[in-house]
Ligand binder design. Structure first.
Ligand SMILES: [Zn+2]
Length: 243
């Protein structure tokens, strides 16, 4: 059994999708003491944990990547390809300056996402693996969505641009229907959703890997308190029994 944790921003104005840089530093220090971080498909050990960061915001490169190096940790970064620029000369302060709700529409002028140059550097370090998070970061259950463009084209583009095998898909907003899951499972061994459960294996539960919410931490060890862990375990058992 192992947990997968889902994070988004660092120091964002959207507090529901963010932790402060100091909280993330303390949290990752604690994870380095107690757990072994791993990438999808790697051998599961008693204290394995998988860290995932959604949307590839520039704040990941700016704040989290140095911490992964400092504490020798691994994390999976979920990338929506339509917002990724090859490179940028916009300065870090400007790239970090957007409010969360302005990020998608202003991505060309502010470069608030990691660039392909930065993604390649992080892959080379061995601390970061890349997942597809669709092309346009859309709710895949909406009518008129081209699932092939969102799920299959994003994988091929990332693999071509990064020279890295992309075997994980992170469902945008955690939303899915049968058609989206079927297509994702045909192209990726590892498909991630959101949900307060832990995973018996890399097959997840019903073919989907569950991720617990790591944003808005109140203390560095909030996720690992016995009551919280018991809650995750309890919900996992219910899901396994219901299947
Ligand atoms: Zn997302």
């Amino acid at each position: 059994m192992f947990s997968v944790v889902m994070y988004h921003h660092i120091n964002s104005d959207d507090l529901l999708l963010s932790n402060s840089d100091s909280m993330m530093d303390a949290h990752l220090a604690l994870i380095a003491q107690r757990y072994i971080t791993f990438f999808p498909g790697e051998e599961i050990r008693e204290n394995s944990i998988c860290l995932t960061f959604d949307d590839a915001y520039y704040d990941f490169y700016h704040y989290v990547f140095p911490l992964l190096q400092k504490y020798n940790l691994k994390a999976l970064l979920a990338v929506p390809t339509a917002y990724i620029l090859e490179d940028t000369d916009i300065n870090p302060a400007k790239r970090l300056s957007l409010k969360h709700h302005n990020i998608y529409e202003n991505f060309k002028e502010f470069a608030p996402f990691c660039t392909y140059m930065e993604l390649r550097e992080m892959i080379r370090s061995g601390h970061v693996a890349i997942a597809s998070h669709s092309t346009n970061h859309v709710d895949l259950t909406q009518e008129g969505i081209d699932l092939n463009e969102e799920i299959v084209d994003s994988k091929h583009l990332l693999e071509e641009k990064l020279g890295f095998r992309v075997d994980s898909f992170v469902l945008p907003y955690g939303k899915y229907n049968d058609a989206a899951v079927k297509l994702a499972r045909e192209h990726y061994p590892y498909v991630f959703r959101i949900g307060n459960a832990i995973n018996p294996s890399w097959k997840g539960i019903g073919g989907l890997i569950y991720r617990v919410k790591g944003d808005t931490l109140t203390t560095p060890d909030a996720l690992f308190m016995p009551l919280k862990q018991f809650g995750f375990l309890f919900k996992t058992l219910i899901k396994l029994i219901k299947r």
